[in-house]
Design a protein around this ligand. Sequence first.
Ligand code: SF4
Length: 94
Amino acid sequence: MAKKKVNYLQGAEKTEQGLKFKGIILEPIVENCEGCERIVEFEGEKYCASYPRPRAKWRNGACNFATHVKAEIDKTGKVKLNPLKASKRAARGR
Ligand code: SF4
C-alpha cells in the first residue's frame, strides 16, 4: 500500500475558520496548488504541508515551494508559470 502523508495532519480538527492543527488554522489549497507534491489530504479536503495559507502564497505571484510548476518573474514583473515537464517547450515558445 502506498504511503500517505495523511499522518502529517494527525490530531487536526475541523473548525469554522478552517482546519486547526497545532494551534494554527490551515486553509484549503487553491486551484494553482493542484498537482503540487506538498498537498496533504484530510477528510476529503486538501491542505498544504508547507503553508497554512496557500492562497497567500499565490497572491504575489507563484508559490516558491510549488513542486509542480516553476514560476518565473519576467522583467516586466509578470509571473510566468511553467509546468515543470513542459518547461522546455514553454521556453522555446517565447
Ligand atoms: S507548496 Fe505552494 S503550491 Fe504547493 S500546496 Fe503548498 S501553497 Fe500550494
